[in-house]
Ligand binder design. Sequence first.
Ligand code: C5P
Length: 229
Amino acid sequence: MSGIPVIAVDGPSASGKGTVAQRVAEVLGFHYLDSGALYRLTALAAERQGATWHDEQAVADIAAKLDVVFDGAAILLAKSDVTEAIRTENIGIGASIVAALPLVRAALLERQRAFALVPGLVADGRDMGSTVFPHAPLKVFLTASAEARAERRYKQLTERGEAADLAAITADLHARDERDRQRSVAPLQQLPDALLLDTTEMGIAEAVQQVLAWWHTATEVQRKSVPSA
Ligand code: C5P
């Protein structure tokens, strides 16, 4: 693999991993990959092109040809700003359906690896540590209780002015977690070499500090293991 340092942050929906990963990237001056956005973009592009989310070949072709630009915080799909459009609950469900299709995952693999550029990358998703960056020197499994995650998602949606129903969100999160954990390719799992960060009772700042502390330890261990000339 490329030798670029990568921090892989995996975990279930609404665990806060996106915010934590983004802040860690900012502190370290690393690039950031929101891999879930690529599955969301694929679901949205499929919907816009009239393909059903279960049509594996059609959706994989769409994924391979995604015309996407990450422009700071904005995301453009075929030159149209879809930053908000990919964050709806409906597209989240679509993303988890297309993400279970092996050809779709294969079509997005190299696109994700291309984000590993100097000086380093923080990548968040479900299979960053297992499949996309298996040699990452730090792998974090970031999670929170189902109740805490449902409440966070509810708050996010209501703050954006979207109608939200806590019971429906809890049911959707549960269905999405199950699809992510049970699928045959790249299922969501805590790897034996991933460090567990449970944020149920933890704020963002504390979670960021913990990942940075682990990163410093990981890089220190690496430095010591390289024999001096
Ligand atoms: O992280 P986010 O909720 O935006 O991801 C949307 C969906 O994309 C997830 O529910 C999951 O099914 C899928 N996904 C995935 N592998 C990743 C990132 C996201 O399967 N690396």
